[in-house]
Structures are given as C-alpha cells and as structure tokens.
Design a protein around this ligand. Structure first.
Ligand SMILES: [Zn+2]
Ligand SMILES: [Zn+2]
Length: 287
C-alpha cells in the first residue's frame, strides 16, 4: 500500500530554538526510498536518534544555499563516507560546483522506474528548488473488466504495461478504474514566497509540505519581500495545487510555540487537512 512516512527533524527556520531545530524532514516511502529534505545543522544526530544511519539514505535534497538548510550536510556526507554509504545530493544547479567539493554526486533530479524527484523553481531571494516527488502507484483495475485474466497479466496491467493474451492485446486503460490516479505527488517547497508561476507549472499534488515562516502578525508584503510565506499564503498554495494534505513547517523562532499557526489553520474547513508538527513528530500519509 502506498504509504509515506515523514519524520520532522527540524521545523524551525533561520534561527533554532531548543525544541525547534533547523529545517530537515526524513521521508521514507513504501518502496524503500529514504530521502532527507534539507539538512539543517546537526541533522545527522537527529537521524541517529530516530534509528536511521546516514549511510542508508538514498538521497539528500537541499532546497537552497541559505545556511539554515545546509549546515548539516558536510557532517552527514563525511559520516556516510566513513560508513561506506554512497550518497547522492540533489540541489539547485548554482550550488553544484561548491557541493561537488564534498566529494559526492550532485544532480538536480533523480529517477527510477516508479519514483522520480525533480527541482521546481520556487520564489525565494536566491536560486531555490522545491522538490517534487512523483510515485507511479500503478492502475487500480476494474474487476468487472478483468474476469478470466491470469494473475501474471493482472500484475503487469497494474504496473501500467499492456499484455497479450492469445491474439488480443489488452492495455491498462481498457481495464482500469478511471477514477483512480496512476501517479501521486508530494511537493516540499523549502523557503518561498507565494509562487503562482510554480503552481501553474506543477499543476496539482497530493501532499504539500509548505513553509509558513510567519503567522498573521507580520504584514504579507514584508513576508513576501523576505522570500517567505504566512499561514494564509501556504493555505492559498495548497488550494491552488489541489493538495489534500498540507504540512506547515519553517516556523520562525519569533513564535514561542505554534499555537498562533494552529489557530489560524483551524479557521478553515478541510480540505486541505493541515498538520503543524513538532520536531520528532511522525506523520504517516496514505497516498
Ligand atoms: Zn530558511
Ligand atoms: Zn532561505
């Protein structure tokens, strides 16, 4: 079953607090991929605390060059090398030269048969990538159209491959439930102001992890000037992208707790279902 586990290792931004570290989210999918989204300072210790060896990561995807998102990277890369891991780092193109000096493979996309991740340009003060993950979850078959087909054929059709039975070629589209989406998407924005150009390019996603640096005590124009978003902006983005699940993170240290963010989020009726997790909280998302 397509389930994605997210462990929030750092839900702060710019300046850490004792209970709100710098940006990092650990993502593990049902196919076994282990991805770290951003690498705030000290993230390798946080991974160890949740029982994940740095050398077991598939990928680290950093959004941009601001220190709060990358200071954990060198330590993580060094530890991974000591342990024989072969890390791949994804980053905006402008960072590739500097990051390759760490002796790791750097790119701005990665793909396997059922898993793809790529950079989508967001609206920050420097060159920055949001990371868009696409999973191929296959087709859901309409059983009324598949009776009599052998099991091997059903398996191929679910994977999106046509099959030949005798002289007849059956395509997945012929026997699929048309209401079911074959691809599922998760977008992690990193730091961004509202970014309609990006929304247009991406279209729609199932899960959106969006920054909400500010609540409603900072004027939206000031937030946007700094390349950041408010809670209302993140909700607007989730609606523009048709996201069913919205996770808010990168909460400024100016807020002693997240009650203001939660209060603002509670004023809207779902969807999107909004989560404002604390550090070390785990979210299980069914795609
Ligand atoms: Zn930041
Ligand atoms: Zn930034």
């Amino acid at each position: 079953m397509p389930i994605v586990k997210l462990v929030i290792l750092g839900s702060g931004g710019a300046v850490p607090k004792a209970d709100r570290m710098l940006p990092a989210i650990y993502l593990e999918d049902w196919l076994g991929h282990r991805v770290l989204l951003d690498a705030g300072e000290g993230v390798q210790y946080r991974l160890l605390q949740i029982g994940i060896s740095p050398s077991s990561l598939t990928l680290i995807a950093v959004t941009h060059m601001h220190e709060d998102h990358i200071l954990g990277l060198p330590g993580l890369v060094i530890t991974s090398k000591f342990l024989g891991g072969r890390l791949k780092v994804l980053a905006p193109k402008s960072m590739h030269g500097a990051l390759s000096k760490l002796g790791v493979e750097v790119a701005d996309s990665y793909e396997e048969e059922r898993f793809k991740i790529k950079c989508v340009e967001v609206c920050h003060t420097v060159d920055a990538c949001g990371w868009l993950i696409q999973w191929d979850v296959g087709y859901k078959l309409d059983l009324s159209k598949t009776s009599g087909l052998p099991k091997w054929a059903l398996t191929e059709l679910i994977k999106g491959k046509p099959v030949k039975i005798g002289d007849r070629i059956i395509t997945p589209e012929e026997v699929a439930d048309p209401a079911h989406k074959r691809f599922k998407y998760l977008l992690y924005t990193g730091d961004t102001a509202p970014c309609p150009e990006m929304w247009k390019k991406v279209g729609s996603v199932d899960v959106l992890i969006h920054e909400a640096t500010f609540a409603d005590d900072v004027s939206p124009s000031k937030a946007h000037e700094e390349g950041h978003s408010t809670v209302a902006d993140a909700i607007e983005a989730a609606r523009a992208l048709n996201a069913q699940v919205l996770v808010l993170t990168h909460v400024s240290a100016r807020y002693p707790d997240k009650s203001r963010h939660r209060e603002l989020a509670s004023r809207i009726s779902p969807p999107p279902y909004i989560y404002i997790p604390e550090d070390f909280e785990t979210l299980l998302v069914k795609l």
